[in-house]
Design a protein around this ligand. Structure first.
Ligand SMILES: *[C@@H]1O[C@H](CO)[C@@H](O)[C@H](O)[C@H]1NC(C)=O
Ligand SMILES: *[C@@H]1O[C@H](CO)[C@@H](O)[C@H](O)[C@H]1NC(C)=O
Ligand SMILES: *[C@@H]1O[C@H](CO)[C@@H](O)[C@H](O)[C@H]1NC(C)=O
Length: 399
């Protein structure tokens, strides 16, 4: 709020300017449609960059669902686990620099998106976002929900009154992968001395989402964490071994090169196979906040309020090469691969970088602190506000 007051003082003509902008946009749009309705009071300028701004304390803010929502995984339910700042962490509001990001209205969303299907395709961080959306819609709906697994999904729900389906398709790398061991035939990898590893087929989508493309109208993809996970894909004991057209890629690639190759195949695959008119999002990397070591080295995240800008740079700048450096590195790969595609980039990285306070930490109930997933209710609620804002703009822009 302080920021907005300051902005008003600095730019006294701002309201007038935005009114003029809005008027001209309105006139332009009304040539195409006679029913341009918006439930927002102050439309943002078309150039609004939602990804830069500040978290503002907003004690009156309440999440749009209760922590008793059954879909919330126990390890993410920070209120039930009595994490000391679990209630406080949901009372911050993301204020983009030159516009507002309203909390989406779940009932309005159910009605506006009736007869459509939404698929989240990605790792557990996409599931975290999916659960947030489910709980918000469930709380606003009449409770007539069918639980099922559409098109290979890990889990999915149809809000029957609205005929709106949302589903989560689990995939860590997007591409198909599985255990690989050397055979006696003396293939190219065996000749190079590889005995064990994971075969990653860069040009084959994992079966969990291959059918999702012909099913969903709206898709939200992510991948990232598993490419920087040496605990699973140990560079010597169990390396990623990339295959293309069924043959090993020689010389073998590093994981970050493999990521480029997977994206290079999967992005056009989605473009070619998605339903006509499908709206496709790619979500940027969700940052982790391990301090004092990585997850398996006693690292933790004990902060009880968002970080300051300088702390964010200290923790995440690529130059510093800290524990959580992969957040921005993954994004470099994503941005390069998505350039020129029809995907909408859902950039949640920077706004999430501030939120060292919003992970389950020791309330996650594991041996190690969870500084990777997010408490629910929590900041993936804001990711959904942004997703829905961008979706509404895309759909309005078409009509
Ligand atoms: C959280 O606190 C409540 C009330 O003090 C208690 O009943 C409950 O067992 C606690 N839960 C956990 C996981 O510690
Ligand atoms: C439900 O929505 C789907 C599209 O997602 C549509 O094909 C189907 O006809 C709808 N069913 C009803 C009963 O309206
Ligand atoms: C970054 O740090 C890791 C160890 O934490 C090291 O293995 C790696 O070589 C460093 N990368 C650069 C570019 O300095």
């Amino acid at each position: 709020m302080a920021t907005r007051e300051a902005a008003k003082k600095k730019f006294p003509l701002f309201p007038l300017f935005s009114l003029l902008c809005f008027t001209s946009i309105f006139l332009l749009l009304s040539q195409y449609t006679t029913t341009l309705h918006t439930h927002r009071t102050s439309p943002a300028p078309a150039t609004c960059d939602y990804s830069h701004g500040a978290w503002i304390p907003h004690p009156a803010r309440t999440p749009s669902y209760h922590h008793t929502c059954k879909e919330i995984f126990k390890g993410w339910n920070c209120l039930s686990a009595n994490k000391s700042n679990a209630a406080a962490l949901a009372t911050w509001r993301w204020q983009p620099r030159h516009c507002d990001l309203p909390q989406f209205d779940p009932l309005h969303f159910l009605r506006a998106r009736a007869h459509s299907t939404i698929g989240f395709v990605g790792d557990s961080l996409n599931r975290n976002m999916f659960v947030s959306l489910f709980c918000a819609l469930k709380a606003a709906s009449d409770g007539h929900v069918k639980k099922w697994r559409p098109a290979g999904a890990d889990r999915g729900f149809t809000f029957l009154t609205y005929n709106l389906t949302i589903a989560y398709h689990r995939t860590n790398l997007l591409a198909r992968y599985g255990r690989w061991s050397a055979t006696d035939d003396g293939g190219a990898l065996e000749t190079l001395g590889f005995r064990e590893g994971f075969r990653v087929d860069v040009d084959v989508p994992e079966s969990t989402w291959a059918q999702a493309l012909s099913f969903h109208d709206i898709l939200i993809f992510n991948t990232g964490h598993w490419w920087w996970a040496p605990s699973k894909f140990d560079p010597t004991k169990s390396p990623m071994l990339f295959f293309k057209k069924g043959q090993p890629v020689i010389p073998p690639l590093r994981p970050d090169q493999g990521l480029d190759m997977v994206l290079k195949h999967m992005i056009p695959y989605v473009e070619e196979n998605a339903r006509p008119g499908a709206v496709k999002f790619f979500r940027t990397q969700s940052p982790r906040h391990f301090e004092g070591g990585d997850w398996d080295q006693g690292g933790s995240c004990q902060r009880d309020r968002p970080l300051a800008v300088e702390q964010v740079e200290e923790l995440f700048s690529v130059k510093n090469n800290g524990t959580n450096v992969e957040a921005r590195l993954v994004n470099e790969h994503l941005y390069k691969a998505l350039k020129g595609s029809s995907f909408i980039i859902l950039d949640i990285t920077h706004l999430s970088e501030f939120r060292a306070d919003a992970h389950p930490a020791s309330a996650g109930g594991k041996k190690h602190d969870d500084c990777m997933h997010w408490c629910l209710p929590g900041i993936t609620d804001t990711w959904n506000d942004l997703f829905i804002e961008l979706l509404n703009r895309k759909i309005k822009g078409r009509s």
